[in-house]
Ligand binder design. Structure first.
Ligand code: S3P
Length: 171
């Protein structure tokens, strides 16, 4: 059982919680491949996430996101970063928890805001970007994120500290 869990490490959490940065760093340290679901969607759709949202809408994006995530559940030795809304889907949560070890990277709305304020590619935050709008989304998603196998508070922690902590948890 433990072996299966350790083969697939899944990072979930809000936009700006560090899934991509931590995931890329962690995968280098432990010698796994890194898969960022958003990037894989952009590659196979040949479109940016923003354009997919604008042209086809969020519902279509969620469908593709789910299908794409399911493609990776049986892969070995990968660190998977799931887009911030991907863990809202019940079947996705269940399958990832069954085949993988799911880690919620938790951060406060203020911390998330500071990390993403210079980025403009987040369709969900485009219109109304503030600490409050992040807090609003986080409040809705919080319960589902907490269903991960473990929660790591990333507030005021360095990338290295977080990766060391994850390394201890997956061994
Ligand atoms: C989203 C987060 C984004 C991306 C899309 C929707 C969300 O991924 O999937 O813009 O619903 O929180 P990141 O969490 O990697 O930014």
């Amino acid at each position: 059982m433990m072996n299966i869990m350790k083969n697939l490490i899944v990072l979930v959490g809000m936009m700006g919680c560090g899934k991509s940065t931590i995931g890329a760093f962690l995968s280098r340290v432990i010698g796994y491949d890194f898969v960022d679901i958003d990037k894989e969607i952009e590659k196979s759709e040949n479109m940016s996430i923003t354009n997919i949202f604008n042209e086809y809408g969020e519902k279509y994006f969620r469908k593709i996101e789910k299908l794409k995530t399911f493609e990776y559940v049986n892969r070995k030795k990968i660190v998977l970063s799931l887009g911030g809304g991907g863990f809202e889907d019940e079947e996705t949560r269940e399958i990832l928890k069954k085949y993988g070890f799911v880690i919620y990277l938790k951060a406060t709305p203020e911390c998330l805001f500071n990390r993403i304020k210079t980025e403009i590619h987040r369709p969900l935050l485009r219109k109304n970007f503030s600490v409050d709008s992040i807090a609003f989304i986080l409040k809705k998603r919080h319960n589902n994120y907490e269903k991960a196998h473990v929660t790591i508070d990333t507030t005021n922690k360095t990338k290295k500290e977080i990766v060391c902590k994850i390394e201890r948890l997956i061994k």
